[in-house]
Ligand binder design. Structure first.
Ligand code: GMT
Length: 378
């Protein structure tokens, strides 16, 4: 198939999923066209079967706000026409589904069919979509899509009730490449000493440091653990709450035990170094960071929110807590780290969950089948 993919190309779970999906589909022989404002950050530009089309927005003194949505729609229509695309697949409803609708309608006037699928990732529904000013257009974009997928059952149900959507929403959960995200003993032996000495436990947190990620809870939990056990923390990512995390680290006097690594491209080389991930989010429609860690054999201490329980089975492949349950998370982490055989069992189960239920090799065919269904019925 020839597929156009649009996403937010900067750091963020939806962009990661869209990019990894394009890479996996291209590896399976499909022709993939990324139509985005810049090159998605996980693309190298050297992958076979992948083309990148930059959307540039020309501005004019009259425009207080440059019309990105229209520039995107125009580029989508041009690329679809030139390369005879079978389908557009947009990630994140706002504004991508509405731009795709416009592109599809532009081509229809010339007798060309261009179905489009919208994948909902969470914040497009839970935060942005529920801003009253965006709700009607988000609902319209979803309803006009030829196919809609959600990355968890939780998000599907939430979308249905919040937007009163009656049409079908297909659940296709997020995935991970289990060959890339894997525990690599040689890598761990070589790299782990850069972050923790042999007697220290190593935690990791990976996010965009937005308030919904509750980075302050990561520091609070880590500070409590490091009062009783030798421990270090890798913080991967950057965003609005980074300085809050730094101030809190200073207040607890754990700043020297924390590696603030900032945004990193190859997280598959950092995650396997850790013993435990901390993901204390206020909300996660899925929790891709936890899945990536689990695939590397690193279980997560996470909150029981959104789609997380669809991935993390409490006490089996990770541990679940109420939002803000700092004391319980810290106590559980301490007792787990003091019990290496239990930690090992969770680690093995975490890897197995990723491999058995969320590997790219299992999930990508679901997208292919869905594409075929949508193309056939449109
Ligand atoms: O969580 C964020 O701030 C980023 C956001 C995004 O749209 O990129 O992540 C959402 O999509 C990810 C990939 O599907 C999910 O793993 C995250 O759980 C989801 N975030 C929220 O629901 C808060």
């Amino acid at each position: 198939m020839k597929i156009g993919i649009t996403c937010y190309p900067t750091y963020g779970g939806s962009g990661v999923v869209a990019t990894e999906l394009g890479i996996e589909l291209a590896a399976r022989g499909h022709q993939i066209h990324f139509i985005t404002s810049s090159q998605p950050f996980r693309l190298t530009g050297r992958e076979a079967n992948i083309h990148f089309h930059e959307v540039s927005v020309s501005t004019y003194p009259l425009f207080e706000y440059p019309p990105y949505d229209l520039a995107l729609a125009t580029r989508m229509a041009e690329v679809a026409d030139f390369y005879s695309l079978d389908l557009l697949h947009v990630h994140y409803a706002i504004p991508h589904s509405v731009s795709a609708l416009l592109a599809s309608q532009m081509l229809a006037t010339r007798g060309r069919r261009l179905p489009f699928i919208t994948t909902l990732h969470g914040t497009d529904i839970t935060l942005v979509g529920l801003d009253p000013s965006y709700l009607p257009i988000t609902r319209f974009g979803i309803e006009q899509s030829n196919g809609v997928t959600a990355i968890s059952s939780h998000l599907r149900d939430r979308t249905r009730e919040a937007f009163d959507i009656k049409s079908e929403i297909e659940v296709i959960r997020n995935f991970v490449n289990c060959d890339v995200y894997v525990h690599k003993p040689d890598l761990v032996a070589a790299m782990r000493p850069n972050f923790a000495s042999a007697n220290e436990h190593l935690f990791v947190h990976l996010s965009n440091f937005r308030p919904v990620k509750r980075v302050q809870d990561v520091i609070e939990v880590f500070a409590r653990v490091s009062r009783v056990l030798p421990a270090r923390l890798m913080l991967i990512g950057d965003g609005p709450d980074r300085s809050l995390a730094e101030q809190l680290a200073l207040r607890h006097n754990v700043q020297d035990r924390i590696h603030f690594l900032g945004k990193q491209d190859n997280v598959n080389e950092l995650l396997p170094l850790a013993d435990l991930m901390i993901m204390p989010s206020q909300m996660e429609s899925f929790g891709l960071a936890a899945l990536e860690a689990m695939a590397c054999g690193v279980p997560a201490i996470a909150t029981r929110v959104g789609g997380v329980p669809e991935l993390v089975d409490d006490q089996i492949n990770g541990l679940l807590f109420e939002v803000g349950g700092i004391e319980s998370m810290a106590a559980a982490a301490i007792s787990l780290l003091r019990d290496p055989s239990r930690l090992k069992a969770l680690s093995v189960a975490a890897r197995q969950t990723a491999r058995d239920r969320f590997c790219a090799s299992r999930i990508i065919p679901l997208y292919e089948q869905y594409y075929e269904r949508v193309i056939a019925r449109t």
